[in-house]
Design a protein around this ligand. Sequence first.
Ligand SMILES: [Zn+2]
Length: 293
Amino acid sequence: AVQGCILTGVWVIAHECGHHAFSDYQLLDDIFGLVLHSGLLVPYFSWKYSHRRHHSNTGSLERDEVFVPKQKSCIKWYSKYLNNPPGRVLTLAVTLTLGWPLYLALNVSGRPYDRFAYHYDPYGPIYSDRERLQIYISDAGVLAVCYGLFRLAMAKGLAWVVCVYGVPLLVVNGFSVLITFLQHTQPALPHYTSSEWDWLRGALATVDRDYGILNKVFHNITDTHVAHHLFSTMPHYHAMEATKAIKPILGEYYRFDETPFVKAMWREARECIYVEPDQSTESKGVFWYNNKL
Ligand SMILES: [Zn+2]
C-alpha cells in the first residue's frame, strides 16, 4: 500500500507530462510521459487527448469525457437495488479496482459517442486524424510493458510480479479513480447542458478535498484541483501557491470540502445518483444531484 501511494505520486507527475507542465520541452514531456504512463499500463497519448477533452468540456452533461452524471430517465433498473450499504460497498469496490481499466478499455462511465469508443483504438471516435499515429505509439508502449512483465513473470514467478507490481498498481488505479471521482462529484456541484455551460462555469464546478497526510504524498493534486482546471499547464509545485491566490478572488465560487475522503466517498456514492434540472431557472440548463430513486 505504501508503494502504491508513492506510485500515485508518480502518476501525478505523469499526468503533468500530458499537460505539458513537466518541462519547457514538449518532446521531453511526451517521452517522459510515455514511459511513465506505459509503466502504469496507460496508453499515454490516448489518455492525453481524452483528458484534454475533459479539461475543455468539464461539467458539460453532453461533452465532458468522464464522471458525467446520469439524468433520471437514464437510470438503470438495477440502480435502486444498489443504493443500500452492501450495494454501495460492491459498487465502490468494483469502481476502485476495475473502474480505470474499464474506462480505458470500454469507456465505462465515459461520454457517449456515436459508436463504441475505447482508448486503444487509433481509429476510434475520441481521436482526430492527426492524433491516430500517436495512439499506435501509446499502444506499443503498453504492449512493450506487458511483454516485459511477462518475461519477469517467467523469470521470477507470477506471484512475485503480482506482489511487486500488481498490488501497487491496483492501489494507484484505486486512488486515481477515487481522487478524480471526488474532484468532480459532490452533492453541491452543478452540471450544465449547452444552453448554460461555459468553460469557466465548468472549471469552477470542481471541488478541492482534504486527504490529510496524503495531500503531500499526492503532490497536492487533491487540494488544488480548482486551480488545476483554471491553469492546467501549471506544475504541481506552484499549485498550492496559486490556490491561495485564487481563493480570495473567487470567494464563494471556490469550492473546498473538508469531509475526510473515506466519509466523502461513502456520502457521494449515496447522494450523487443522478442529476435533475434546476426548477427555479427558466432555461433548464443547470442540473443538480438528486438521490431519490
Ligand atoms: Zn488534468
